[in-house]
Design a protein around this ligand. Structure first.
Ligand SMILES: Cc1cc2nc3c(=O)[nH]c(=O)nc-3n(C[C@H](O)[C@H](O)[C@H](O)COP(=O)(O)OP(=O)(O)OC[C@H]3O[C@@H](n4cnc5c(N)ncnc54)[C@H](O)[C@@H]3O)c2cc1C
Length: 239
């Protein structure tokens, strides 16, 4: 990666995303270089795509100029690296602006979301719908993402404790810039893409958890049914 390449890439990123969605200011980049433990990695810039197509454009530009990208959904992986990229001189691909709830199904208990959708966003959304379903939350901040947590195979409290077990219908931008849907979502008008983990043929979901093999731009999360009754039992054990 030469300085010339970086300058060309910044120009192309700016053309693709607009000037407000590309930052190279040292002050802004510094904010992504610190976490709860000592690190040396430097950030060259921060990109804020707001659609799958813009993510694809960023990947293509990065490929053309040999630029390293590091995706973040909300960048609140506190204690586990935070926003700091694995490799120095990366550009952060901050997916926080992609925060749309794409679909919600109250009968079948699932919600399809973009990368930047947060726990609190889903909770507030379900409340606004007076839903009979709830989110199984992590113990982390309400502003953390569902997708960043799911791709890191995070754990949650409540009825569905393993996030990676309760996801399907991933939409992934690959390092080639191509977009792939996992499961039935790849078939136009498929009605069962939100409830079936497996489509036709091999299941690729696991390839995209704890791997950084692709950028997950959407997925479907299965929700937990709200309990009709809730009794709390407190007890102690003598040891
Ligand atoms: C007090 C406290 C309690 C916590 N409790 C829990 C808990 O109960 N359970 C738990 O699991 N965690 C917990 N955490 C850890 C962490 O805060 C959460 O896992 C949080 O959801 C991760 O941050 P994020 O969602 O902002 O992910 P991000 O920081 O955005 O991303 C996390 C990682 O996933 C990759 N990534 C992010 N988005 C994408 C994408 N779209 N495509 C491909 N790769 C991507 C990133 O490169 C990064 O490596 C806790 C942390 C603290 C401080």
């Amino acid at each position: 990666m030469t300085q010339q390449n970086v300058l060309h890439a910044i120009q192309d990123f700016t053309n693709a995303l607009g000037i407000d969605n590309v930052t190279i200011s040292r002050e802004q980049c510094n904010k992504f270089e610190n976490t709860t433990f000592a690190t040396n990695q430097k950030v060259q810039g921060v990109l804020y795509p707001n659609s799958k197509e813009q993510v694809q454009q960023c990947i293509n530009i990065a490929y053309q100029y040999n630029i390293k990208l590091y995706p973040l959904s909300t960048g609140l992986n506190i204690g586990l690296g935070g926003t700091v990229p694995v490799e120095s001189n990366s550009f952060i691909l901050n997916l926080g602006k992609m925060n749309q709830i794409i679909e919600f199904n109250e009968s079948l208990g699932y919600i399809t979301i973009e990368s930047g959708v947060t726990q609190i966003q889903v909770v507030e959304f379900l409340k606004s719908k007076n839903s009979n379903f709830i989110l199984s939350p992590t113990g982390s901040l309400p502003e953390t993402s569902i997708i960043g947590n799911a791709v890191e195979r995070g754990d949650t409290r409540g009825a569905i404790p393993q996030r990676a077990e309760s996801i399907c219908n991933l939409g992934v931008v690959l390092p080639s810039g191509e977009y792939m849907e996992i499961g039935f979502g790849r078939f136009a008008n498929a009605k069962c893409s939100g409830i079936s983990k497996y489509g036709v043929g091999p299941d690729y979901t696991g390839l995209f958890t704890q791997s950084n093999f692709g950028i997950v731009v959407k997925l479907t999360l299965w929700l937990a049914p709200k309990a009709v009754n809730c009794d709390i039992i407190l007890f102690t054990m003598e040891t």
